[in-house]
Design a protein around this ligand. Sequence first.
Ligand SMILES: *Cc1c(COP(=O)(O)O)cnc(C)c1O
Length: 413
Amino acid sequence: MLKPNGFTTRIIHTPYAREDAHHALHQPIYSNAAFDFESAEQMELAFQGRLPVHAYSRISNPTVENFELRIKQITGALNVTALSSGMAAVSNAIFMLASTGSNIIASKHLFGNTYVFFESTIKDFGIETRFCDLTNNEEVKANIDENTVAIFVETITNPQLEVVDLKSLSDTAHALNVPFIADSTLTPPNVFSAKDFGIDIEIISSTKCISGGGTSVGGLIVDYGTFNWSKSKKLASYAKRFGPYAFNYKLRREIFRNLGACLSPFAAFLQSLGLETLQLRFEKAANNCRELAEFLISLPEIKQVNYPGIKGTEFYEISEKQFGKFPGAMLTFDFSTREECFNFMNKLELIRRATNVYDNKTLILHPASTIYCDFDQEKKESLHVSDTMLRLSLGIEDIEDLKNDLIQAISKL
Ligand SMILES: *Cc1c(COP(=O)(O)O)cnc(C)c1O
């Protein structure tokens, strides 16, 4: 039988878990809470997890399951769980592994909400985050102890655009029996294969590129079954019974179910459809990003451009090794002052002022006055969020129109 190999073919031709009664060509939206059982005995088996059927949509749902299967097809993961947002994926993964007294190793270079989650939210539960320079393996090693439950990293950090050597960091983690978690939202599965870099648990905000143009909020926990869970205090007893499925078992039967951050069937439908065109859209957006980065460098009004796809820059080589020709579709650039940034933003006619990334539309924001507005100057500096920096997330518009918008806005400064 023909076995499709291509990234997009595998998404589009992912078989349903079960035949649809009407042979619908797209997985229908099963927008119901409960499912019917023929007998009390069947119901008991379903609740024991011995009958692979759906019982209640907070726990599992056919439309959501089909989306999860598609992600499994393209990542080669052992288990995939779709959640209500990227932040739900982050928090569920951390609550899976950490208890009071645990610590987590992470960089300060993190998506804003993830940073506050680590720095404040879980601190109140007695979980410490040890912020380290993840590009420095010695510093990482020195911070790991017997209570370390995860190293958490973003494949490209937002908005600093820092890129660490993932293979080397995962080797460090595994040598010390620590699970390696990576948020790969900025490098979607068509350009980055987490499995090849020793990532045990991958986090994706499917709100971004997967949703198909900012259509809905969602998140994914992608579990590769690679970590030896008998080395985890919290999961050792599960590892005895379920081996590589230990993480998934506790997640699906306890943490995910009880935190209740499930993906709605409608959002799963939108994101499953968005996934079909992920490769087409992302390659266009990433090409736009490279071309616009080079264009911005040529403008004397722009003080500095940051994008890991620029030859000769700090993270160019490691980015190319890890993400190939498409190291993200987001860049940052600097004017001389904050006022200039604001004036420039206000003159834009096509590029939208909005806080999202990887929409089909090109979006701009001033991180220091928005995502980081609750932080004082000193903290912003320690996070490398400068007052003169703008963040641009590239969409799939025609590049000449984007350049023209930049030119007309700059000419009015
Ligand atoms: C947006 C984003 C998140 C959070 O995702 P939501 O779906 O908005 O909850 C986490 N990590 C990164 C890198 C992001 O860009």
